[in-house]
Design a protein. Structure first.
Length: 383
């Protein structure tokens, strides 16, 4: 019988998936940062809620029972004639006349906020923008649209835009930095000169010029910002590849005949990703801010789109309605604060001085690698 001390330890697991001891230690370090850990859960909760915005804020009912039939207007459009109306167009469930027709022979179940991001409240007691009340929790904007509904939809599109831009930029930037750092020489030199020239192009002027030619939309803005955003990942990845390309394990892989692409993306890239991942939350915050700034200037998403930047612009144009600017400010400040807290926790989790704190041999190696090179020179000088 094998002694208990000699039995192999079970592999660490996270969410049912086996992970390495180092990954498990990084996860534990991330959890130890309570501010970043709870910020991640709060941000994920808000993002998941915003993904189901149509079920939270919508002017169409979940279910509608009429004359013995059950309908789902939130999923399918029904003409007004279906409920005894006179028009063949889609029924407007906020119209008192349509509501009266439905109430005669049935009922309907509305979302908690019975307004979409483009729904106009025609029965306001005061001129728009109207102050917050029991019907409109954060008031309405200058076009009588519910601010809560537009905030939920605006939060979703901001986060989705930031995530998409960050992921695509990371793929392009990491690939470019890997090619530069691994091959070096003229390839690295030409790439660096190109990046220096390209980074000097004024992004805002390009957007203003294009906005005067075509109407910007989600994908137009994503493509234009992607042309410049990817350069933020190149520097750190290039530095890691320049450092690692002459290490022993890379030379051994070359000697065994491994293709360059396999060495780059299977052996060297995992080591370079440690430094890259720590930048991702901060890049995401910058991407969200970029879209908000463009919407505030009026060259972002098309008019009528739910946008936090457009909400700030309305607050600036309607100083007599401070709830518009305050809502946009607090939502953006909360979103960016959560992302920054998450980024700080991720940075601490990947810090080698914390990841290898309880591993004596590895800790000494990491400490020696982090020690300044001048320390050895000073020691030789004293001798």
């Amino acid at each position: 019988m094998t002694p208990r001390s000699e039995r192999p330890r079970p592999r660490p697991r996270f969410l049912g998936v086996g992970v390495t001891p180092l990954t498990r230690r990084r996860i534990d370090n991330f959890k130890a940062n309570r501010r970043g850990f709870w910020s991640l859960w709060i941000f994920l909760a808000l993002f998941v809620v915003s993904l189901f915005a149509e079920f939270i804020a919508n002017d169409k009912p979940f279910f509608l029972y009429y004359d013995g039939g059950l309908y789902t207007p939130i999923f399918k459009a029904y003409p007004e004639t279906t409920f005894g109306g006179a028009f063949e167009t889609e029924a407007d469930y906020s119209d008192p006349a349509v509501r009266a027709l439905i109430d005669e022979k049935g009922w309907m179940l509305m979302p908690p906020i019975p307004y979409g991001y483009q729904s106009v409240a025609w029965d306001l007691p005061l001129p728009a923008p109207s102050r917050p009340d029991a019907e409109h929790w954060l008031g309405t904007d200058d076009q009588a649209r519910d601010v809560v509904a537009r905030t939920i939809y605006g939060f979703r599109i901001s986060v989705l835009f930031g995530f998409t831009l960050t992921v695509v930029s990371a793929v392009v930037g990491v690939s470019a930095g890997a090619v530069q750092g691994y091959f070096g020489g003229w390839i690295d030199l030409l790439f660096q000169r190109f990046i220096e020239v390209w980074s000097s192009v004024p992004t805002l002027y390009v957007l203003i010029i294009l906005a005067s030619i075509v109407e910007p939309n989600f994908w137009w803005l994503l493509g234009i910002l992607l042309l410049f955003q990817w350069m933020g990942f190149v520097g750190v990845v290039r530095a890691e590849f320049l450092r690692a390309r002459n290490l022993d394990y890379v030379r051994a892989a070359r000697a065994l005949g491994a293709p360059n692409i396999v060495i780059m993306f299977r052996h060297v890239l995992p080591n370079a990703m440690v430094a890259t991942i720590t930048f991702v939350p901060f890049i995401l915050a910058g991407s969200v801010t970029a879209l908000t700034g463009l919407d505030f200037l009026g060259i972002g998403l098309p008019p009528g789109s739910a946008s936090l930047g457009e909400l700030l612009a309305q607050g600036k144009a309607n100083l007599q309605a401070p709830w518009l600017a305050l809502t946009g400010f607090f939502v953006i400040a909360m979103m960016l604060s959560l992302l920054i807290f998450i980024g700080e926790a991720v940075r601490d989790a990947f810090d080698p001085r914390k990841s290898f704190a309880d591993m004596p041999v590895v800790a000494e190696t990491a400490a020696a690698a982090l020690a300044p090179a001048s320390a050895g020179a000073d020691g030789q000088g004293r001798e």
